[in-house]
Ligand binder design. Structure first.
Ligand code: CS2
Length: 491
């Protein structure tokens, strides 16, 4: 079968939507770090609508770790299929906004030159939570992180997102190419502020004049990004080939829902993303807190407890009556009371819609995918809510069970004694904790609760929090997730 490319675009099956603009005429105005599925299913689609009218905003996508996506995109002239799926069916579209795809390992000079290019005005990022090399509990750059130590000693071969970004910014300053927008699209709270602090701290450690340039010339709007985009599978690739009549090695498959709320805090020209429905606001905080706590907090709860209960996907976990009851009660009783409703949003309707989104049967989203990197995710998804509940003197028993689910999962064995493939930057530490606990669940819980980068010095030392999480960890080990959940819900 022939592959999707500019040369074959005209052969794409007639019911697949194609770019209605001259793709080859686009210029690169955005550099995106982390050209994975989420970017291609979200920001690149908003941008695809903008470039039809304003061709200066083509994207140069950069792969930081592996060349797989950049090589495949390059072979397809940057084109790929975006397939939206739910119970009512599927709709395919070819996206043309990605005009260049580079791999840092082989194209470093071109990546840095792009960030320093006068025609580029924005660097957007989706490098996942751990990609910022920060302390998840405080949000500060971790100067002892091996990648940061390396990148400060060898800025010319920087491999971390902060190191690479600062290398590009230094080149931009040297080229006098003007101000820049850095737009974080990862699920971190106050993500613009966090990335601003990380980039400034890294620049400061290199050269304080460079840090001053960052302060005066780089804008870091915060954003809330939302769309459920499971990792693309071989079955998706086969499905898309059938729909197109052409092979596409890097399609993305996702739900119809999407949201992008962006803080109006730019230092340089920007694409008119609002023309395709992005919301530009003065304060993103209520949107991102709502989304991180309700959507991502429920996702993580369903991922850990759902996996332990034998569910491979979120669709199955959220259709399990006990797990559904737990996350619905967690949302209504414990999370919603900590939130300020964003303008125009009904929080209870938002919760109900989330349950429908989780139960999208056309979109198997693996619990193990969401379970990854819990040490980096828990603080903004569950622990901030617990801090607010404690401050209000209110109960947090559902959230404590979710945290216990993470500890039980991260301990590395499932309920049948099988090994869990835990994937987390702290997984060696988890293994050490479990090995030193002599099969005592309470000691395992204590070892995890002592992890300051996750729990901070406050929560980790909070007696009622420790007691509640420990009790649940012990129950999960001794009685299993089913019995623990049933007893929990009966109270
Ligand atoms: C998920 C998110 O993988 C995860 O941890 O919770 O990727 C989630 O699907 C998105 O944030 C939805 O916008």
């Amino acid at each position: 079968m022939e592959s999707l490319s500019l040369a074959t675009l005209a052969q794409v099956a007639a019911d697949v939507v194609r770019p209605d603009y001259d793709v080859a005429a686009l210029r690169v105005g955005i550099v995106h770090l982390g050209i994975g599925a989420f970017h291609r299913a979200h920001q690149a689609i908003y941008t695809d609508s903008v470039v039809a009218r304003d061709p200066q905003w083509g994207i140069c996508g950069v792969s930081l770790k592996t060349p797989r996506a950049s090589l495949a995109l390059t072979a397809q002239d940057g084109l790929y299929t975006a397939l939206e799926k739910d119970a009512s069916g599927a709709r395919a579209r070819i996206v043309g906004s990605v005009r260049e795809a580079l791999f840092l390992g082989s194209d470093r000079a071109r990546v840095v030159a792009r960030v320093a290019d006068r025609a580029v005005h924005a660097v957007t990022l989706t490098v996942t939570e751990k990609g910022y090399c920060h302390d998840p509990a405080t949000g500060e750059l971790n100067l002892a992180h091996p990648d940061i130590v390396h990148d400060l000693a060898h800025p010319e071969t920087a491999a971390s997102a902060p190191g690479l970004l600062v290398a590009g910014i230094a080149a931009r300053r040297a080229a006098d190419a003007g101000p820049l927008n850095v737009v974080c699209c990862d699920n971190l709270p106050h993500n613009g502020r966090v990335v601003e602090a990380i980039v400034t701290a890294f620049a400061e450690a290199r050269d304080s004049a460079l840090a001053d340039w960052v302060r005066n010339n780089v804008g870091f709007p915060s954003t809330m990004v939302d769309r459920i985009v499971p990792a693309t599978t071989d079955a998706d690739v086969a499905d898309v080939a059938g729909r197109l009549g052409l092979a596409d090695a890097v399609p993305v498959v996702f739900e119809p829902f999407r949201q992008w709320v962006i803080e109006d805090r730019f230092a340089a020209p920007r694409p008119a993303w609002e023309e395709d429905g992005a919301e530009l606001v003065a304060d993103v905080a209520p949107f991102e807190t709502m989304k991180l706590r309700l959507l991502n907090g429920s996702h993580s709860t369903l991922a850990y407890l759902g996996f332990l209960a034998g569910h491979a996907t979120i669709w199955q976990a959220s259709s399990d009556p006990d797990l559904a009851a737990l996350v619905e009660r967690q949302m209504k009783e414990e999370i919603v009371p900590t939130l300020v409703a964003p303008p125009g949003t009904d929080l209870l309707a938002y919760c109900a819609k989330l349950m429908t989104r989780f139960r999208n049967p056309a979109l198997p989203h693996r619990t193990q995918q969401i379970a990854m990197d819990g040490s980096q995710k828990l603080p903004q998804r569950l622990l901030g809510t617990i801090r607010d509940r404690i401050a209000a003197g209110a109960s947090f028993r559902h959230l404590a069970l979710a945290v216990a689910g993470w500890i039980r999962y991260a301990s590395g064995t499932d309920e049948r004694g099988g090994t869990i493939a835990v994937s987390d930057p702290m997984d060696m530490t988890f293994t050490r904790i479990v090995a030193g606990a002599g099969n005592d669940p309470a000691r395992i819980a204590a070892g995890f609760l002592d992890l300051a980068p996750v729990f901070g010095s406050d929560l980790g030392a909070h007696p009622a929090f420790r007691e509640s999480v420990t009790r649940n960890v012990v129950a999960l080990f001794k009685e299993g997730v089913r019995a623990t959940l049933a007893r929990h819900l009966a109270r």
